[in-house]
Design a protein around this ligand. Sequence first.
Ligand SMILES: Cc1ncc(C[n+]2csc(CCOP(=O)(O)OP(=O)(O)O)c2C)c(N)n1
Length: 361
Amino acid sequence: MSALPNEQTLAVVEGHAGVLNGPLALEVVMDVAVSAQEIKRADLLQMYYYLRLTRTLEDRVTALYRQGRIVGGCYTSHGMEAIAVGYASALERDDVIAPFHRDMGAFLVRGITPGEVLAQYLGKRTGPTNGKDGNVHMGDLKRGIIGFVSHLADNLPVATGAALAFKIRGERRVVFTGTGDGGTSRGDFHEAMNFAAVRKLPVVIFCNNNQYAYSTPVRYQMAITDVVERAKAYGMPGEIVDGNDVAAVYLASKRAIARARDGGGPTFLEFKTMRMHGHSEHDPAKYVPRELLEEWKKKDPILKAEHLLTQLGYGDEAAFREAGERAKKEVEAGLDFAERSPLPEGPEALEGVFAERADSE
Ligand SMILES: Cc1ncc(C[n+]2csc(CCOP(=O)(O)OP(=O)(O)O)c2C)c(N)n1
């Protein structure tokens, strides 16, 4: 593991994850204050803006979904925005991400506009898939985003393949990818972890441990408490990170990215968080105890970022309000763009498609 920025950094788990096992583990991780002083003020303020933009955009998408105006389902990262915003902000321009279905913040940080996202949700031609696919099933190689593969954890083998290509070509580029706690029980997750570790690939693999895979809690998913323990089996260093603290996510991602770029191989990051909404917006998630949600509401990533910015003297109420208003304007302008955009014409359905039926006209 690369050098820690200071003694206040979150507990590091490398070869002795047992230290953080048990019911106390989460509290230990969550209560450790993260020193964000080494992050530039402008960078932290920008991350705060992206947290607000992600929340505002996804709230808007949810409202459209409830109005029946969305094509397909609606999965959000509500309460988990710090993960995607934090890791995407830690990457360099030439790096690549293979995101997950709760990574809206990463799409935005890498330059996909709210207008394009809304066009995607409305099935319009101006969305990243030109109206061919829905919701977060999108990508854009020009912005270093590998299209999200629907089958869980399937983007991990794709990401490790990209990392292998970077290594063979001698490029100092890094791939960042991840899946949920449920996704880590899939075979492709384990194949990718093993391959990445054996070949010392420049890839960072994360798990957003939001404690539920649809209605299945982690305890019915695996016989360990911390997902990071899975990394040990592959000889891969791992770290547990407060996934609701954008500064902690950013700093841990920076360390893992630097390690990968310098030839040190992959790192596994477990971002502890909570899924605050249903699996998708159709799901009232009655199987999640309300007290658990109440507890996690207090750890909301936007509140945490505001607390940190205030502590550091980087922002105040007025700055937070201004960021919120700016995000709202950007999303409303995006919706206007998406609504005015055309739907694709029928024949366009076959453009950019790699396979079609031999007997099709
Ligand atoms: C192989 C496969 N099985 C099932 C699904 C349907 N599905 C999509 S997301 C999901 C739950 C994922 O849980 P987790 O990995 O913990 O991520 P979370 O949604 O909680 O962020 C399921 C069952 C799928 N997309 N792929």
